[in-house]
Write a protein that binds this ligand. Sequence first.
Ligand SMILES: Nc1ncnc2c1ncn2[C@@H]1O[C@H](COP(=O)(O)OP(=O)(O)OP(=O)(O)O)[C@@H](O)[C@H]1O
Ligand SMILES: [Mg+2]
Length: 254
Amino acid sequence: MKILATYNIKGGVGKTATAVNLSYLAARDGLRVLLADLDPQAAATYLLRVRPRVKGGGNALIQGSRELDAAIKGTDFDNLDLLPADFTFRNLDLLLDATKKPTRRLARLLRPLGGEYDLVFLDCPPGISLVSESVLHAADIVLVPIIPTTLSLRTLDQLTEFISGFDGQRPEVLAFFSMIDRRKRLHNEITERLPAERKDVATTAIPALSMIEQMAVQRAPVTAFAPRSAAARAYAGLWAEVQAHEPLLNGPEP
Ligand SMILES: Nc1ncnc2c1ncn2[C@@H]1O[C@H](COP(=O)(O)OP(=O)(O)OP(=O)(O)O)[C@@H](O)[C@H]1O
Ligand SMILES: [Mg+2]
């Protein structure tokens, strides 16, 4: 079982849209996928048409793997399950803080799911907190959506430096440009130059497209309701790059 996460300290950069679409593409490739919505805003839960409710709330969830297992719901898509968010997840930090080794808790809770899933995708809330730190400790690959500005690259370097201080397992960081606007010269310049210069920046960029906003209307991944759209093709390109980094995500032979 591999663990992927979308993370950025900044809000509204495309973390959830990416988590939902790549989870769908992985499930379509035949991987058994669990998308875990760790954000009390419950956007991923909404997009997959699941009720944002966990029996016993965040408190039950961090108690043990059995409680976590009981909270998992199916979605409309084969091979894709969801751990819904619950509004009590706003207190997840406090709940984690009360445990032993809080930053390792999430990894420990997820480990027993290895028999049921090939991939767990963590959709992280914005900010830097115990929840996000736990996500960084649990993940094999962290996907970081960035808007192409010099400042957001500084944030990426801060994240990489933070992770390099971890002892034990460190996730691989793969940043990608998100919500790029081809009409902006700076966006074009940065999205072409950076992937060539840095191996932690993906070649695929996700453009700003109203089709992606439509996900909230359709309540489905754009890769499912408009598979031939430019938006879906961009996510497919990003997924192929993630698979190139982690061959175990290639799925069973057809
Ligand atoms: N490439 C894109 N083009 C246009 N709109 C996008 C794109 N990606 C995301 N959006 C829209 O922007 C909003 C924020 O996206 P999303 O929820 O994926 O970001 P987020 O980083 O998860 O936000 P938060 O930090 O609040 O969790 C949503 O309304 C979404 O539909
Ligand atoms: Mg989000």
